[in-house]
Design a protein around this ligand. Sequence first.
Ligand code: AMP
Length: 276
Amino acid sequence: MEVFKIYKKLEKHLNDRENVGFVPTMGALHRGHLSLIKRSLADNPQTVVSIFVNPTQFDDAADLQRYPRTLAKDLELLQTLGAKLWVYTPEAADLYGESLAVGEYDFGALTKTMEGRSRHQHFEGVATVVEKLLRKVGPTKAYFGEKDFQQVRVIETLVAQKNLQTQIIRCPIVREANGLAMSSRNALLTTEERAQAGLLYQTLQAAKTKFKTQSIDQIHQWVQDVFNKNPQFTLDYFSICDETHLQEIKNPIGGIPRGFIAAKLGNIRLIDNLSF
Ligand code: AMP
């Protein structure tokens, strides 16, 4: 394993005749990240992992400030994989130059719902950094978690729009024993909150069962009732969308359905999703 802060130095080590797998992350690594990295290591002779907390995808300065940064621990964890890994840990200037400019993108309706609606310019920031990284690293395959399902769809659309020669590989969500989707932000929860936070997944599972027999309106009402009974959470949205366009499904026959949920527990925003 070797660590590089400057992309130009890493570039010299990449063998351009061999496939490159790429796993972009914001660090505070957990088993979810490791599952993507292991998949890349299995698929490709060379794997690049980036660790960079991308400021342009945060619309809340406090959220950016408290985002966990644990680089020394992350590198120790990656070392335990005992694999040939290139780790890219840039400062913002190595990716963005002098100003943190966000690119212009048009993802249409895809970014008008859910995370796109709740977080101003979030996906423009994500697309900007991912486009920069994909153009630099030029990977054969790049690995993204379904934990951020809308993000995966945005990246797939970005790659198609910009004609980038990288295959996007979707990886399944890795969860804690109580169903809580692993996330760097979980480190900010207390032990008690972590136990309570399984509610998001439990709600999605129950909603999936109800989806077989109940109307969409009934399910929405039921989810609202669950969160009314658990006032330590603030529900941001619950949505049943088709997997491709991420638009709300009005009747259960249209499109491949997936349930999405976002809620705050205390100050910490949690998201999850489940195929219905
Ligand atoms: P992040 O560091 O949160 O930006 O995540 C980096 C990548 O890891 C993204 O593609 C995420 O979707 C993915 N990821 C994060 N948490 C999980 C998880 N629990 N299971 C699978 N993938 C995940």
